[in-house]
Design a protein around this ligand. Structure first.
Ligand code: ARG
Length: 265
């Protein structure tokens, strides 16, 4: 065999090996993903979140996903004997990620709503919240109704977005819907919006951490109580029941109260 042929055969061989390796690895990944998504009893669960929501879920200075929600899920996981790994999926992509099994469940200060319950299953509530209005100090906005003719920033597709749509009309161009809550607050700070509306814990935390910015938080009974739940793929009853078992345990043993600082029921 001459040199050319040898080189050609060697090249073909290498190519075949690469193709095989590529198939092999992608095959492995998809098969673990498949078994991940459906079984509630494997030891490591992938938990999706939108880690832009301090103090609930956010990235610390070392790039770790941390927060109250994260501590709660860790505590639940410990009670039911599973390991969890958090993935910062983002807010809007979180819903399809749960639906298609990319993550096993989601924790993200997700309010349990009738509408969401049509497409997802939720655990028992583990946290109570409500919307609040954030405005620059001295604003003439004093109530939810005052928002009606104002520009209002919200995180897109959140319950904050929905209440503002209820007040202003679904397609009102005065609604500034951003990808994250910090962006919604920025829109208010830079004057693109007169107010921002979001979950109380996050808005309160923002004001606390930015004492130099002159802001006011407005509470209004117009905003109903909201309850956070862990969100699983619809029909994943096995996982749902396990998570509920864990939530029940940390409610009973005081761990949940220790993490959040308040009694949940
Ligand atoms: N509780 C609100 C909702 O369910 C906002 C949650 C936003 N969470 C987040 N991590 N960005 O719509």
């Amino acid at each position: 065999m001459n040199k050319k042929w040898k080189a050609l055969i060697a090249a073909m061989f290498l190519f075949a090996l690469t193709v095989l390796a590529a198939c092999g690895s992608s095959g492995d990944e998809s098969s673990t993903e498949d078994s991940d998504s459906d079984s509630g009893d494997k030891s490591k669960l992938i938990v999706g979140t939108d880690a832009t929501y301090a103090p609930m879920e956010y990235m610390d200075d070392n790039g770790n996903i941390v927060g109250i929600d994260i501590d709660i899920v860790e505590a639940v996981a410990k009670e039911i004997g599973v390991e969890v790994e958090f993935q910062n999926v983002g807010w809007e992509p979180l819903f399809p990620a749960v639906e298609n099994g990319e993550v096993d469940f989601a924790v993200s200060s997700i309010t349990i709503t009738e509408e969401r319950k049509e497409n997802f299953d939720f655990t028992d509530p583990y946290f109570v919240a409500n919307q609040v209005i954030l405005v620059p100090e001295g604003s003439d906005i004093k109530s939810a109704q005052d928002l009606e003719d104002k520009k209002v920033a919200v995180q897109i597709n959140t319950t904050g977005h929905i209440v503002v749509q209820d007040l202003l009309g679904n397609t009102n161009p005065n609604i500034v819907a951003t990808e994250t809550m910090p962006l919604a607050i920025s829109e208010m700070l830079n004057g693109n919006a007169d107010a921002a509306v979001g979950d109380n814990s996050v808005v309160i935390d923002y004001v606390k951490n930015n004492p130099n910015v002159e802001l006011e938080i407005i509470e209004d009974d117009y905003f109903e109580k909201e309850y956070y739940g862990l969100m699983v793929k619809k029909g994943n009853t096995e996982l749902l029941e396990k998570l509920n078992e864990g939530i029940q345990k940390i409610k009973e043993n005081g761990k949940l109260k220790e993490i959040t600082g308040f009694d949940m029921e």
